[in-house]
Ligand binder design. Structure first.
Ligand code: UD1
Length: 389
């Protein structure tokens, strides 16, 4: 499946565009950008759509990412359609000027989908990082499940983080030689970050770290989550709840008034990645609807309760360290109470496992791109240690 880019060398490198729109894309793209920048066979153009602004910029800084283009697309409370249309057009103009050989997108955001589609319209090859995640339900998560399926339909190179993700792609008819099992770059980013951090601050209380922002939890589910957290804070004096709250005004309005000012509950601004990693390390338990946190916490040995009905990340659930509990108020109270009172149940979920990566995903991705252009061998697949799945 070699894709010719002509005679490649330092004077004629392969032009790669990498696209970032949101906070999780910055985290997961950072190791890939740095890996490509070290390799003279490639010239790298980093494009930021600015789908997020305040939540993106500190992450670009921490990971030392300086964008070559910034489309600055964020507007408060804009619709998915408005954002999509602007991203599609803005990225098309970038591609017209840069004339890349390959466009790399990450995950399942609007930015990633529009990046893939816009590249396809110009017949530019597309590589999808974190390919093959599926819940099988087109509304969960919304709209991410459809975004990633459609990116999968467009992509020429699929970087599946795990064997399960690879199997999902094969079932959809993607040819095996277009798929590379790389591990998830989030583990590369997390290990890079841990290297730079000191030990976490000891916390006198049992810290419950909570995040929730997904569209399918807007409205009543967020209210139920907030009510459950209030009951937990009232029943367990040894607990401290820490809830960094997403910048989206819809999420803020649903959560903040119910939790602010309550004893043992602290609602904060979203922290930068260093602080967030320290909070995860200090946490007794993490309660979240985020996808990335489900991948990070197992490496840190922290139990996770997932505030969703379905997950596209089944590996850590199978390993017994992540549990999908939904958003029913009684169920949240019951599950959290059990992990606060039943030591054996807690210990069972407190094992560090690593089903999502080994810190070498970015290296495999660069090697796979080299292979695609006929420059080197195919990388070895990531294969997690046996205790990890
Ligand atoms: C997006 C992704 C989601 C990812 C999440 C990470 C899509 C469809 N979804 O969802 O998969 O988990 O990012 O956060 O792409 N806002 C600010 N400042 C910021 C960021 C957001 O004010 O720095 C506000 C704006 O009003 C913005 C709104 O939040 O319009 C929602 O942001 P948006 O990118 O539409 O969706 P997310 O819910 O963040």
């Amino acid at each position: 499946m070699t894709h010719s880019a002509g005679q490649v060398g330092p004077s004629n490198p392969i032009r790669i565009v990498l696209i970032i729109g949101t906070r999780p894309e910055a985290i997961k793209m950072a190791p890939v950008v740095h890996q490509f920048r070290q390799d003279q066979r490639f010239s790298v153009t980093l494009v930021v759509t600015g789908q997020h602004r305040e939540m993106l910029d500190p992450f670009l800084k921490i990971f030392d990412l300086s964008p070559d283009w910034d489309l600055n697309l964020m507007r408060e409370n804009q619709s998915l359609a408005q954002l999509s249309a602007k991203a599609l057009e803005g990225l098309d103009q970038v591609f017209q000027q840069v004339q890349p050989h390959l466009v790399l997108v990450q995950g399942d955001t609007t930015t990633a989908f529009m990046g893939a589609l816009s590249a396809y319209y110009r017949r530019i090859a597309v590589g999808h990082i974190e390919a093959g995640l599926r819940t099988g339900d087109k509304f969960q998560p919304f709209p991410e499940e459809i975004n990633r399926r459609l990116i999968g339909a467009v992509a020429d190179l699929h970087f599946a983080p795990t064997r399960t993700a690879c199997d999902n792609l094969l079932r959809e008819g993607i040819r095996p030689h277009h798929i590379f099992i790389t591990g998830n770059t989030v583990v590369d980013a997390l290990l890079m970050t841990l290297d730079r951090l000191g030990p976490p601050e000891p916390t006198p209380k049992r810290l419950l770290l909570v995040t929730a922002h997904r569209r399918e939890n807007w409205g009543e589910p967020l209210h139920r989550i907030a009510r459950a957290l209030r009951r937990i804070a009232e029943s367990f004096p040894e607990v401290q709840i820490l809830f960094p709250i997403h910048k989206n005004p819809i999420v803020r309005q649903a959560v903040a008034p119910q939790l602010e000012g309550r004893e043992r509950i602290l609602v904060t601004e979203p922290p930068d990645y260093w602080d967030f990693v320290q909070w995860m390390r200090s946490a007794y338990l993490i309660i979240t609807d985020s996808g990335g946190i489900q991948e990070e916490a197992p490496t840190l040995g922290k139990p996770v309760l997932v505030l969703r009905d379905k997950t596209e990340r089944p590996e850590a659930v199978a390993a017994g360290v992540v549990k999908v509990i939904g958003t029913d108020e009684e169920r949240i109270v019951a599950e959290v109470s059990q992990l606060l009172t039943d030591e054996a149940a807690y210990r069972r979920m407190q094992r560090p496992v690593n089903p999502y990566g080994d810190g070498k995903a970015a290296r495999r991705i660069v090697q796979a791109v080299g292979f695609f252009f006929g420059l080197n061998d195919r990388p070895e697949d990531f294969c997690p240690p046996l205790n990890a799945s």
